[in-house]
Ligand binder design. Structure first.
Ligand code: EPU
Length: 438
């Protein structure tokens, strides 16, 4: 399929679409299957590029993967796990950061793991220092080489006590995937507690792990000698759900997001309501709609759970260009997540980015060279433009802007959006969008 889409915008998106499992959970649950003695089965799996990448990486390591795309079921059999060549891992990982999470399970099974130089969306430096520190604390030896990092476990990994300097999602997952089979007790203070992490804990518990989560971000794990396979249905993708909600608001539309659930989206729903967006929670999903009157500007700060997710920020900013007055958005999770606003400015939006921590609490990025606060003045009509997709969420935001803008926009690099939005062109067609993707 072509990497370029021509979008004829200016009409509201209306109709119903379905979201399936969460990209940022499914990929980790797939890695967790490496820890089991027997096969696992994961349901509600979306057909996205990131799932294909993890499937390829698992297959490289000897895991048998059977997939029923239509039903969204993956069967993962880790009976014959083996080492893979670093060059192959590198070739298959693409721009994914997932290989880092293979380390704990592979160290337990094989005593060694390789990580190529990692990618991921270009939304900041995205270091892996927390991950390597965690692995070292369990007793792993980390050896940086020219083509990546070689990690070995000279003996069984040992439970340990760790405090994270920041509640990193990936580092918390690293710790969980490593501690469950380490010897003895592990305690993590300052853990991330995102719903996707809680669902990973559900999976690990089904496999035989002993994990408790306290209310003060402390997670305790009692290591066990053996884990079994699991059967599990993924929680829905709350980032995709919120992206469609913002698309409804920005285009003046009405989208019923089937599969979306309220509990994981409380912070988003509160903000959506403050902007003036309407929503209705029903048994099968959440319907999001433009109220038909002026939208209100807001002051917003992104944060770790239970705060407003950083991944919700970019699509919502597009809707904020249609709100009356000045909105202030302070991004505190990534230092560089406003790059996508350049294209919005080119489409007529009035957005200014600042180094200062505006409108919220001082964060790690204040008084440094990071443009991590944005002021959006609206409403401004958006006009069609030629745009290049910068990253997954920024790319979907550009698409929303093109759909809201009058005229025909050319959006290049659209393939990046396939990484995290299942069948998004079919869904756009179902919502009445007018576009061509050859
Ligand atoms: N950080 C470090 N050192 C580390 C790890 C993280 O300094 O070793 C910093 C990061 O630079 C960042 C902050 O900690 O400033 C938070 O990063 P985190 O580790 O929480 O993010 P992640 O695990 O790399 C996942 C999602 C992201 C999502 C974040 C926050 C996956 C595959 N990715 O990333 O999703 O934004 O958590 O919720 O789960 C996306 O889906 O588009 C996406 C980027």
């Amino acid at each position: 399929m072509s990497d370029v889409m021509h979008v004829h915008g200016g009409a509201p998106l209306t109709g119903a679409i379905t979201v399936r499992g969460a990209k940022n959970f499914v990929s980790k649950a797939m890695v967790a299957s490496l820890l089991g003695e027997g096969p696992s089965e994961l349901r509600n799996v979306p057909g996205i590029r990131d799932v294909e990448i993890v499937r390829d990486l698992l297959e490289l390591h000897g895991v048998r993967v059977d997939r029923d795309d239509r039903a969204g079921v993956l069967r993962l059999d880790p009976t014959d796990v083996e080492s893979a060549h670093v060059a192959d891992i590198d070739a298959h990982a693409g721009s994914s950061r997932i290989p880092i999470l293979f380390c704990g399970p592979l160290l337990h099974r094989l005593g060694e793991a390789f990580i190529p130089d990692l990618g991921g969306c270009r939304i900041g430096d995205r270091p892996i220092n927390f991950h390597l520190d965690i692995l070292r604390q369990f007793g792993a030896v980390v050896d940086k080489r020219e083509n990546g990092i070689h990690i070995t476990a000279p003996r069984r990994l040992q439970g340990t006590k760790i405090a994270l300097p920041y509640p990193s999602v990936g580092a918390t997952e690293q710790l969980l995937l490593t501690a469950v089979r380490a010897e003895g007790l592990t305690e993590l203070a300052g853990a991330a507690i995102e719903p996707e992490i809680m669902d990973l804990i559900n999976v690990l518990q089904k496999m035989g792990a002993i994990i408790s989560v306290d209310t003060d971000r402390v997670i305790r794990i009692e290591g066990v000698d053996r884990l079994e396979g699991y059967r599990h249905t993924s929680l829905p993708d709350r980032i995709e759900a919120a992206s469609w909600a913002s698309a409804a608001l920005a285009t003046g539309g009405d989208i019923d997001v089937l599969g979306a659930r309220q509990p994981e989206m409380t912070a988003f729903l509160n903000t959506f309501r403050k902007v003036g967006g309407g929503f209705e929670v029903h048994d099968d999903g959440i319907r999001f709609f433009h109220p038909g009157h002026e939208l209100s500007s807001i002051v917003l700060e992104t944060d770790v759970h239970p705060g407003f997710m950083t991944d919700w920020q970019q699509p919502l900013v597009v809707a904020l260009t249609q709100a009356t007055g000045l909105s202030i958005v302070h991004e505190t999770v990534y230092e560089n997540r406003f790059g996508f606003t350049d294209a919005l400015r080119g489409m007529g939006a009035t957005i200014q980015v600042y180094r200062e921590c505006l409108g919220g609490h001082p964060c790690r990025f204040g008084q440094r060279n990071f443009y991590h606060s944005a002021v959006i003045s609206g409403p401004t009509p958006l006009i069609a433009a030629d745009i290049e997709v910068p990253d997954l969420r920024g790319g979907f935001s550009h698409l929303i802007a093109a759909l809201a803008a009058k005229g025909t926009s050319r959006v290049a690099g659209i393939g990046l959006i396939d990484r995290g939005y299942e069948n998004f062109t079919d869904k756009l067609a179902a919502l009445g969008a007018d576009f061509d993707r050859d």
